[in-house]
Design a protein around this ligand. Structure first.
Ligand SMILES: CC(C)(COP(=O)(O)OP(=O)(O)OC[C@H]1O[C@@H](n2cnc3c(N)ncnc32)[C@H](O)[C@@H]1OP(=O)(O)O)[C@@H](O)C(=O)NCCC(=O)NCCS
Length: 158
């Protein structure tokens, strides 16, 4: 199967967001999520064989900078042109340098290509500001993990 690739168009560092297919990309995807979303939070029990990562309509994605994996996320397609964004993570030593913004830009392009018009996320409380900086809006604030949404442009911009 052909990999989906979304090169940036800014002519700076060569970064892209790719759908995970290759074994080395699966390994990086799990390494990043295990380190950032589990170990850094003092959690154990990360499951690299979780069926949700391989389900139809679920797309594991990786941010590559000069072919080095820096970040991971998953896009889960739902009904009515809606998709949930899951497990967004940038390697700890690379956080705060704009890579999260790149990862989400590639994810949005990927989602638009799959006709998604509305994204949703269950955000970690301390990541709400990240999503807001990227144009997301809180729609359910009262939860342990607030729900945010972002409407995508109807026509992809490339
Ligand atoms: C949250 C995360 C994905 C953001 O990625 P990042 O590379 O650090 O973010 P960026 O440097 O691209 O920041 C993009 C913008 O969001 C803002 N931002 C980033 N993290 C933020 C935070 N935790 N709170 C408030 N604003 C934040 C930045 O200031 C920046 O704004 P600007 O471009 O207007 O200056 C990353 O820090 C991470 O992996 N954190 C740990 C795991 C996590 O919380 N994941 C989210 C689960 S829902």
């Amino acid at each position: 199967m052909k990999e989906s690739r979304f090169p940036n168009d800014e002519g700076e560092d060569a970064w892209m967001v790719v759908q995970v297919f290759a074994d080395e990309h699966w390994n990086a995807y799990h390494d990043i999520r295990r380190a950032v979303l589990f170990e850094a939070r003092g959690l154990i029990g990360y499951d690299a064989n979780h069926p949700d990562d391989r389900r139809d309509g679920h797309f594991p994605l990786l941010l590559l900078l000069e072919n080095t994996p820096l970040g991971a996320a998953r896009l889960d397609l739902m009904s009515e042109q809606t998709a949930w964004v899951r497990t967004v993570a940038i390697r700890a030593e690379r956080q705060g340098k704009g890579y999260g913004r790149m990862l989400m830009a590639g994810l949005e392009k990927f989602a638009s290509q799959h006709r998604v018009k509305r994204l949703l996320v269950n955000a970690a409380r301390d990541a709400v500001g990240f999503y807001e900086a990227l144009g997301w809006a809180v729609i359910e604030a009262g939860h342990e993990n607030p729900v945010l949404t972002k409407e995508l442009r109807t026509r992809p911009q490339w």
